[in-house]
Design a protein around this ligand. Structure first.
Ligand code: AHR
Length: 505
């Protein structure tokens, strides 16, 4: 069985730039993301630099990770940065109350995070503590990281072996302050965001992009409260530039929070529910954007989705507080659908961070203590799509397509696509969400001469297929056959598959 689609792509109609930061990452002190994932310690038998696991770094470098958010998540609002500097033996430990109630020894702290960013070639996104911290603590962290010359925090940094300040572009003011970050009301947090942002100074030529902690899902009331807080007409002072962006979080589950479903043992019904939820990100971004447009029609304030991805029940036998889950072909399709939507909203949506990079939730990489490392299907979507980083989006019109699938009264579009142009190359991403029919797709590329088409395909015999150390390439990209005809390029996408097509223009 197959369906027929025709996709018109206007290569000569430039849209907004797709910021590379839409392909951002997130590493929290949660389960085995930092300890046992990124960081194994200097005494590990595994190849490492300063305790940072080098095979993980090498695999992630292939994704051109643009930014890395740290130290949380919920953990950020109980993290006290001064406990994570200086000689490791002297660092006090604490209890990670959000994630497994385990002891955190603070061996991975500010200097280790900055070393990790340097190894990855990623820009740091540091998330400060509002929930249990102080304005002074956050202000001093900014000073410690970014100030040059001589000052109390500069002397402390130098005493810990780092003379030069670092560049910190992105700064988060708390996390989920409506929940784990302090259970605040929107107006109360909006005032705190203004207060904390005031004392997160720009030192020297380091210009912070301050991100206020935003809503969950489609809580537009929260976004409106934050927009009001930086559009305060008649308050006597210009508060418009106190923070530069507002975040929100959106996770994809197949069921309710107390029964999210298995990562690999799921049926078609679960699949449809998951994909409907994934496609709903479009409605949610439109909602936040509409509220922001009312207060900021020039679109100066950015929207940042700094947590997104699939959230399943943990793998059987693992610590429920560690959020360790497998990653199947279904997860890859969730990611590709999100990216198509992100590209469409690139004018307002300036950054997104998948949760989380290693061993937690929708990870790129799964590791084990004995040195095993597996690239997940989601990793391959990030890799296949990296040509979109900082590329110019171009309009994609799906002019013929299969009828949407109706599931529980909700419509699921079975074909998803987006495209961009950069450095004389166009990149088209196409996803066939139909679980049983292949998609015959004509790509009608207009507005430029096209040369040297090439395609890659990510699929597997079943949606549940996933990679393991025993079978690391059960879901991995292969070459995609392309045909040229008078109407453009013709490709056949198997059921449940993702493809990228490049052409020189
Ligand atoms: O990513 C896991 C958790 O999900 C984060 O710590 C929190 O911000 C969110 O609820």
């Amino acid at each position: 069985m197959s369906t027929a689609s025709r996709v018109v792509i206007d290569l000569d109609v430039p849209g907004p730039i797709i910021s590379r930061h839409l392909y951002g990452h997130f590493a929290e002190h949660l389960g085995r993301c930092i300890y046992g994932g990124f960081y194994v310690g200097e005494d590990s038998d595994l190849p490492n630099e300063g305790g940072i696991r080098l095979d993980v770094v090498e695999a992630l470098r292939a994704l051109n990770i643009p930014n890395l958010r740290w130290p949380g998540g919920c953990f950020a609002d109980e993290y006290h940065w001064k406990d994570g500097i200086g000689p490791k033996a002297d660092r006090p430990s604490m209890v990670n109350t959000h994630w497994g109630n385990v002891e955190e020894n603070n061996h991975f702290g500010t200097h280790e995070f900055m070393a990790l960013c340097e190894l990855l070639g990623a820009e740091p996104y540091v998330n400060g503590n509002v929930g249990s911290g102080t304005v002074q603590e956050m202000s001093e962290w900014v000073e410690y990281l970014t100030r040059d010359g001589d000052s109390p925090m500069v002397r402390l940094r130098k005493a810990n072996g780092r003379d030069e300040p670092w560049k910190i572009p992105f700064w988060g003011i708390g996390n989920e302050t409506w929940g784990c970050g302090g259970n605040m009301r929107a107006e109360a947090y909006a005032d705190l965001a203004r207060q904390y942002a005031t004392f997160c100074r720009d030192h020297g030529d380091n210009k912070l992009y301050r991100i206020a902690a935003g809503a969950s899902d489609d809580n537009l009331v929260w976004t409106e409260a934050l927009m009001k807080a930086v559009s305060c007409l008649g308050c006597g002072r210009d508060v418009r530039n106190l923070f530069q962006a507002i975040s929100f979080h959106y996770y994809t589950l197949a069921g309710p929070w107390d029964s999210k479903g298995s990562a690999t043992d799921f049926d078609l019904d679960d699949y449809y529910r998951t994909m409907v939820k994934a496609q709903d990100i479009d409605r949610i971004i439109r909602g936040h954007s509409a509220v922001m447009d009312a207060y900021d029609p020039e679109r100066k304030i950015g929207l940042v989705l700094d947590e997104w991805g699939t959230w399943w029940d943990v793998e059987p036998g693992t610590n429920p507080g560690f959020l360790y889950q497998q990653n199947a072909l279904r997860d890859a399709l969730v990611a590709s659908v999100h990216f198509d939507v992100f590209h469409k909203h690139a004018e307002r949506l300036v950054m997104a961070n998948i949760a989380q990079t290693v061993n937690v939730l929708q990870a790129m990489i799964l590791t084990d203590e004995s040195g095993g490392l597996v690239l997940t299907p989601t990793y391959h979507v990030f890799e296949m799509n990296k040509g979109h980083h900082d590329a110019t989006s171009v309009p994609v019109h799906v002019v013929e397509r299969p009828a949407p699938y109706e599931h529980d009264g909700k419509a699921l579009e079975l074909l998803s696509a987006s495209a961009s142009v950069k450095d004389g190359q166009a990149l088209v991403s196409v996803t066939n969400l139909d679980p049983s029919a292949s998609a015959d797709v004509v790509l009608d590329l207009r507005g430029a001469e096209i040369r040297n088409p090439a395609g890659r395909l990510l699929t597997a015999p079943k949606l549940q297929f996933h990679n393991t150390t025993a079978d690391p390439a059960a879901v991995a990209p292969v070459a995609l056959d392309l045909e040229t005809d008078a109407r453009g390029l013709r490709v056949t996408l198997p059921p449940h598959s993702f493809a990228t097509i490049t052409v020189e223009v």
